[in-house]
Design a protein around this ligand. Structure first.
Ligand SMILES: *[C@@H]1O[C@H](CO)[C@@H](O)[C@H](O)[C@H]1NC(C)=O
Ligand SMILES: *[C@@H]1O[C@H](CO)[C@@H](O)[C@H](O)[C@H]1NC(C)=O
Ligand SMILES: *[C@@H]1O[C@H](CO)[C@@H](O)[C@H](O)[C@H]1NC(C)=O
Ligand SMILES: *[C@@H]1O[C@H](CO)[C@@H](O)[C@H](O)[C@H]1NC(C)=O
Ligand SMILES: *[C@@H]1O[C@H](CO)[C@@H](O)[C@H](O)[C@H]1NC(C)=O
Ligand SMILES: *[C@@H]1O[C@H](CO)[C@@H](O)[C@H](O)[C@H]1NC(C)=O
Ligand SMILES: *[C@@H]1O[C@H](CO)[C@@H](O)[C@H](O)[C@H]1NC(C)=O
Ligand SMILES: *[C@@H]1O[C@H](CO)[C@@H](O)[C@H](O)[C@H]1NC(C)=O
Ligand SMILES: *[C@@H]1O[C@H](CO)[C@@H](O)[C@H](O)[C@H]1NC(C)=O
Ligand SMILES: *[C@@H]1O[C@H](CO)[C@@H](O)[C@H](O)[C@H]1NC(C)=O
Ligand SMILES: *[C@@H]1O[C@H](CO)[C@@H](O)[C@H](O)[C@H]1NC(C)=O
Ligand SMILES: *[C@@H]1O[C@H](CO)[C@@H](O)[C@H](O)[C@H]1NC(C)=O
Length: 482
């Protein structure tokens, strides 16, 4: 176990040699551990067929819910006055901490929570690996050039794919032989610009998905390696923002979301997985579409129009960018005051922000019961009643705005069935972008953040946000505030 765990870290070469070490391990000691093999080219077509199994992974016994607790008695007992209150275990070592007593770390999953969270992160890494390679295959150097991106920029995307190989390997080593394998995927983009916006949002979802569970892992060993992964992923997200001419970072804190939110966003991108694929326990919520999603490539940003429907799919809600009036067109206008500045750059200030407090946001969401994800084998569900609020999850904040349901949907009775044959199982409504700061001078709603439709407005904070899940009617959706 010790050798295995050190192999995971790839630090074997720095160990003192011991006579008990098998020769083949010594021989390998000077080179790093191999990466996990994966298919190099997968089809990118939708799944047509019948799933062999349906629904999330469940244990033999499932409880009825998480009760609302109170503050733990010892939570506030430490004086926090800058003095030392316990004997020091060693010189220069303050008492306390977890995993600080000299125990040899073991880099594995230590609970179902750990396994399911890390397996979800691995599903995400596999998508990103395939996504970056797919875009480089699908679009030529000339296509990238037309979007203002160079061969060096392509090289950077290729390097990001290599990073994903490393991340997938690390997580696979932690999980062991049942670690989820790479699958086949479907992406909604049809141009370099649409890919960049899609990748910017997918990497944000991955980053936030891991941010949400890291501190809850039983395995602190896994947590430290995942932190070192996540910080790399965050840089990828920032670079995609730069590629699409957005200000690289508009927030003071990067948001975290629950695992079921991350899985809801990720699953629709997966068309099929191999026969013996390890399944996940997380929930898939009904899809949520932002009908007037602010588009980074549009010169008419900050627009107050509704019903534009310029997104490619619910959930990720990446931009559908018309060919003529896309990035290239606005770049031609970059010097004109009227044009939005959306060429790739280290930092781009937008004279006219993508969104603003008070902006009306038009939403449309699906009824539960839709097959999604690998082999259409997961089903969207909700435990919530009527749609009443939109929750905004951004930076350190969890805040709600009232939702107005259109048509026959009745938020009071919990009947969100539109009853309009044209719209089928879709319900629509609207809300207003809130005005709040995380700290003074830091507008909370900016950058790429998350919204969802809820039936209630419970007070929640980053560490217990997953308690919102029983209140989610639909979503999350990625909202492009800036
Ligand atoms: C060290 O801490 C671990 C938990 O982090 C605990 O299981 C173990 O018993 C501790 N060892 C000693 C010698 O106190
Ligand atoms: C699925 O089968 C392949 C080939 O036999 C094996 O390498 C892999 O470990 C299996 N994966 C899972 C998740 O069981
Ligand atoms: C999913 O579909 C693919 C392609 O049809 C098939 O090869 C695979 O065995 C299916 N996976 C499962 C878990 O049924
Ligand atoms: C949209 O409406 C808001 C509030 O009325 C206003 O401040 C803003 O200037 C408008 N934006 C555009 C682009 O018309
Ligand atoms: C938005 O576009 C999607 C996909 O084309 C479509 O399914 C949906 O009905 C449209 N919604 C509206 C309100 O036009
Ligand atoms: C440039 O901006 C002007 C005025 O806003 C607009 O009429 C024109 O179509 C734009 N050019 C391109 C190539 O988009
Ligand atoms: C978001 O941040 C950018 C960069 O600091 C700023 O220009 C923009 O006005 C902000 N938008 C909102 C909605 O606060
Ligand atoms: C929704 O249902 C409640 C309770 O039956 C009723 O009072 C209210 O008028 C309904 N609202 C709409 C918009 O139909
Ligand atoms: C919900 O509203 C629709 C449209 O008005 C109606 O057809 C349906 O019977 C209602 N369902 C319930 C459970 O009240
Ligand atoms: C149904 O929805 C469509 C599209 O939103 C709209 O054009 C139509 O008027 C609606 N019909 C009724 C009866 O509400
Ligand atoms: C509505 O959803 C149900 C359950 O998923 C499905 O059977 C039905 O075909 C859907 N209806 C429409 C109009 O999409
Ligand atoms: C936003 O988050 C900050 C920091 O936690 C908090 O002080 C503030 O009250 C929050 N604002 C709202 C409206 O929830």
């Amino acid at each position: 176990m010790t050798w295995q765990s050190l192999l995971v870290l790839g630090v074997l070469g720095s160990l003192p040699l011991a006579s008990s070490v098998p020769a083949e391990i010594l021989a390998r000691a000077t080179s790093a551990a191999p990466t996990r093999s994966h298919p190099t080219s997968q089809p990118h077509t939708s799944f047509i067929g019948t799933p062999t199994t349906t629904g999330a992974l469940t244990a033999s016994s499932v409880g009825s819910g998480i009760p609302t607790g109170s503050v733990a008695p010892a939570a506030t007992s430490y004086p926090s006055d800058g003095k030392l209150h316990s004997a020091q275990p060693a010189p220069f070592v303050p008492a306390g901490g977890v995993g600080t007593n000299g125990t040899i770390p073991v880099y594995n999953a230590k609970s179902d929570f750990d396994y399911e969270s890390l397996a979800l992160a691995l599903y995400q890494e596999w998508v990103e690996l395939d996504l970056f390679q797919d875009a480089l295959r699908r679009f030529s150097e000339a296509d990238f050039m037309a979007a203002g991106l160079t061969t060096d920029d392509r090289e950077l995307i290729a390097f990001m794919a290599q990073q994903e190989v490393g991340h997938a390997t690390m997580l696979s080593n932690i999980l062991g032989s049942s670690a989820p394998q790479q699958c086949s995927y479907v992406y909604p983009y049809t141009s370099v610009q649409e890919f960049i916006d899609f990748a910017q949002k997918v990497t944000r979802a991955g980053e936030a998905g891991a941010n949400g569970f890291l501190a809850h892992l039983d395995s602190r060993e896994a947590a430290i390696l995942l932190t070192q992964t996540l910080t790399t992923e965050s840089r990828q997200q920032l670079i995609f923002r730069q590629f699409e001419g957005l200000f690289p970072m508009t927030e003071w804190f990067e948001v975290g979301i629950p695992q079921s939110w991350a899985w809801t966003l990720l699953a629709p991108l997966i068309s099929s997985c191999p026969k013996n694929q390890t399944r996940l326990a997380w929930q898939n919520f009904p899809g949520l579409r932002i009908l007037n999603q602010p588009s980074p490539s549009s010169a008419s940003n900050g627009n107050n129009a509704t019903g534009l429907n310029q997104t490619t799919l619910p959930g990720v809600n990446s931009a559908r960018i018309p060919r003529v009036s896309g990035v290239a067109a606005s770049r031609a206008n970059a010097t004109s005051a009227a044009g939005a500045q959306c060429s790739p750059a280290v930092a781009t200030r937008r004279p006219s922000p993508l969104s603003f407090p008070g902006r009306q946001v038009a939403l449309q969401w699906e009824a539960p019961g839709k097959p999604v994800g690998p082999n259409n084998s997961y089903i969207t569900t909700t435990q919530a009643r009527g749609a009443k609020y939109v929750v905004w999850v951004s930076q350190l904040n969890v805040t709600y705005t009232p939702l107005r349901v259109n048509g026959n949907g009745n938020a009071t009775t919990g009947n969100t069935t539109n009853g309009n044959a044209t719209n089928g199982n879709l319900t629509s409504g609207f809300t207003t972008q809130p005005d709040l700061e995380t700290f003074q001078g830091d507008p909370a709603v900016n950058g790429t953040l998350f919204i969802a439709i809820t039936d209630d407005d419970p007070f929640l904070t980053p560490f217990n946000l997953s308690l919102i899940n029983t209140h989610v009617v639909a979503g999350p959706a990625l909202y492009q505030a800036g």
